[in-house]
Design a protein around this ligand. Structure first.
Ligand code: SF4
Ligand code: ZN
Length: 331
């Protein structure tokens, strides 16, 4: 039985490792319950792959948010890096009011690094000039292709806006982590690889880190409807490895990826036999930046290559592995 979701509880919290000042450190990760993303609530339907609408609540008060912070602090063990996610934008005051933002920065002022996420429209020059130097803002740019953003992701802002926000943050000495979406819907596997590589090159000048996020099919999303009809396949891990290999050594930003749902049908996956090894390789590379860490062997690599040739010849981004037995794919 599902437990009732209470407005004064954190959505989730856990500990993980990440980098701060060039070193691997412990991280406290918090997902706060807020009133949710303004874009998802705006009647736009939100981004096509985003399931946060069903995760957020309404009528969350400042008192609730203060209790969530109390809870977070009771679990805090002095980790040098803290990530504070909401189901939207940290700088949207209808999610995180000013007093709460100030309290978070005050309580975590001893941290070496704090990471929050925001849509670019909230990052005004007045705001950015007041932010602590330990802050990194994650920008969900997804793609540098304006057409992909508009028709495939329904992002509601442009890549040019992300770039302007990234440059503004950098001018003020604030860190930037840019998220790119690997395989927005309607793109073939090979187009998705090209899109991610192009987007990373575009983001490099204003990003300290570029996180490649393979699409994970979430519940009650537009992408889930396509996926159920066989019109979408989550990307192959080989594609993620390919993107990392092609970018490695050619961009200044640190390349990272920690796929959610990796190895499942909804998340980035290969044949099932090599998935864990391939995901471990991606994780190692995210820390080391050494492309040799991406060396993975499995016979399904040739199936992935055939998959891409087949979808090109058939002119479709549908899940052709589901439509045909993979042996029937073009060799
Ligand atoms: S992906 Fe981000 S901007 Fe898009 S609907 Fe979800 S929370 Fe909002
Ligand atoms: Zn395999």
């Amino acid at each position: 039985m599902n437990r009732e979701r209470l407005p004064y509880e954190l959505e989730a919290s856990w500990k993980e490792k990440d980098m701060a000042d060039g070193r691997t450190v412990d991280v406290q990760v918090l997902i706060m319950r807020t009133n949710g993303c303004c874009w998802a609530k705006a009647g736009s339907g939100g981004c096509t792959m985003c399931g946060y609408r069903s995760a957020s609540m309404t009528d969350i008060t400042e008192e609730d948010l203060n209790k969530q912070i109390d809870l977070a602090l009771s679990k805090y063990k002095g980790e040098p890096f803290v990530k504070i996610y909401t189901s939207g934008s940290f700088f949207d005051t209808s999610e995180i009011p000013l007093s709460i933002r100030d309290r978070i920065f005050r309580e975590y002022s001893g941290c070496r690094r704090i990471l929050v996420e925001s849509r670019p429209e909230f990052l005004t020059p007045d705001l950015v000039s007041t932010l602590p130097g330990t802050l990194t803002v994650a920008l969900g740019m997804e793609s540098s292709d304006e057409e992909v953003l508009r028709t495939s992701v329904n992002k509601g802002f442009t890549a040019a806006q992300s770039k302007a926000a990234g440059e503004l943050l950098k001018e003020h000495g604030i860190g930037v982590r840019t998220y790119l979406l690997l395989k927005p819907p309607y793109l073939t596997e090979s187009d998705a690889i090209e899109d991610a590589v192009r987007s990373a090159r575009f983001a490099d000048s204003f990003s300290d880190e570029i996180s490649i996020n393979p699409l994970n099919v979430q519940h009650a999303t537009a992408v889930e409807r396509l996926w159920k009809r066989g019109e979408f396949r989550s990307p192959w891990i080989w594609s993620l490895i390919e993107v990392m290999k092609r970018l490695s050594g050619t961009v200044n930003a640190r390349l990272i990826s920690s796929p959610s749902g990796g190895g499942s049908q909804r998340g980035v996956h290969n044949c099932g036999k090599c998935d864990q090894e391939a995901l471990a390789a991606i994780e190692r590379f995210s820390f080391s930046q050494d492309p040799r860490d991406l060396d993975v062997q499995c016979e399904c690599k040739s199936t992935w290559e055939r998959y891409m040739r087949s979808e090109k010849l058939l002119g479709t981004a549908d899940d052709i592995g589901r439509a045909f037995d993979s042996d029937l794919m073009i060799r």
